[in-house]
Design a protein around this ligand. Sequence first.
Ligand code: ATP
Ligand code: MG
Length: 570
Amino acid sequence: MFQELARILRPFRRGFAFYVVCTLLRQGLVVGGGYGFVLLIRTYEHNTLQSVWMALAVLAGYKVLLDGLDQVMGWNFARHVTYPMFRQLSVSVFARLLKLDQAWHQAGSSGARRGEIANGLSKFAQTSESLAREVCPLLATALLSLFLLRSYVGVGFWVGILPAACAVFFWLSYEENRRCVPYREARYQRYASDYSLSIECMEMHADVVRYNQEQRMEAEYRRIHEEIERNGLAEARVQGWFGLGKGLVILGLQVFLLGHWIGLLTAKRLDGAMLVYLFMLSDQLCSSLWGYAGMWSRISEAWEPIKVFLRIGTAGAPVACAAESESLAVPARVGLELREVEFRYRAEEPVLDGLNLSIKAGTKVALLGRTGCGKSTVLNLVGRTYDAHAGMVLVGGRDVREWPVRQLRRMVTSLSQNGGVFFSEATLLDTIRFAKPEASFAEVVRAARLALIHEEIMALQDGYQTRAGEHGKNLSGGQRQRVALAQALLSLDDPEKRVVLLDECTSNLDAETERTVLRNLWPLLEGKTVVIITHRAAAVEGLVDAMVALDGGRVVAPRMTPALGLALSS
Ligand SMILES: Nc1ncnc2c1ncn2[C@@H]1O[C@H](COP(=O)(O)OP(=O)(O)OP(=O)(O)O)[C@@H](O)[C@H]1O
Ligand SMILES: [Mg+2]
């Protein structure tokens, strides 16, 4: 995990280094400026108007220099660290999420996971930025203060008081954080639940309202926040007590130093101005101790979400990485075969149990079976949304794992009942050409006509410029399916496309429209291998070469059309 952290931060090392150098320079100026204040008081004591003016001019110049340096540092940090780091982190997380296999997404595709990721991302950026901004100033402040104080503190301070105060102070900080961890963990889990519930309620707003469940959802949301508050307050209580303890340690340290200096003042080894300056230095030293304790607490707070975020970088090997060799030769027609395939989503619950199915290249098969029997799962294995746990899935005579994943997905088009890619901001025109962004308007219209959706799109006020809305919610269920179908039809233009998997993709259409759509579609599927899943065998009667039924994870009672060479076994 630390390697991952180092890898993420490496590109920004120059930005950090520049900031460190400027910070050291700035701290030198601050401490030097403090001494200038001593000189100013002394000058004022001699009361020469000229020297007062000079001292004021020097101070004004010093202030301008300091402000200028601050601006340069701020600008450079924003330019070389803050924004580039946030951009790079966000883009790499996004790219990683797209690559991770479906099992990972299914395992936690809820808003909670999105919340964890968003939390981790922003905490990572915030924490690394604030650490970069604070570590060096604090270190420089502590070292410079100690250096300048060196002749005005006794040996006892170096060997006894300072190490003891630091030890007690940091032990208290450690203990404070250790006791806060459980409250923080609980709080961050609840933040994720907050995100999850609010996003999901927004997504399903219409149904939540339809069932009159707004108040219950609100109560649940309030409960989450009550828990956040409870844990946050418990944490604040711990911090309060330990903060008090740390404050006493610091007070002891300062009282000791002040006593020592008053002794020197009485012995006339120190003037009043110097005493003020030394007190300022001791104050800086103490505030740097507070600063480190604060940083520690922030790191420990941020560590929970950052851990989740870093885990994405090392999450299970994506399917897409399994085979990225050079393209393989694709036969003109591609057959499908499943040999003794076993698959389960959850351990102990096999969905496919030794399934054997062979579909000859270029044939069209309907896959039937009662709901939940594993039909969609078969298609998921062919397109490598998931990999089989045992047995082999062959496409074009080759194990799917041997095909480079991008090539395999180019060969296979699949469309499911709730399929189709709908982005809330995309127009219907861009939605239909999602898989082929270069398609012309005429091509889009042709696909829409074939999917029997063109007339309805034209009847909309903005026609093809209408926005489909999130998940296509501005459309009826049947319209959504036909837009998705038009989207899939356009992707069929690819000459590499050999296999078409249709999973109840016309289930929301009336029988007549379904039949017409399928008849329109069929000539485009000439020579391709097609598997169509349906609960209405009548819809595909006469269109397919054979019908296959699944039950208990196997093929049962296959109805064969021998002339087509379809071979099934159970
Ligand atoms: N992502 C998943 N995680 C866990 N279990 C799943 C997942 N997807 C499907 N299942 C389970 O696997 C079994 C087969 O699901 P599948 O979607 O293949 O059925 P199906 O035959 O397509 O059903 P339907 O006709 O209802 O679409 C079901 O019992 C289902 O509950
Ligand atoms: Mg299904």
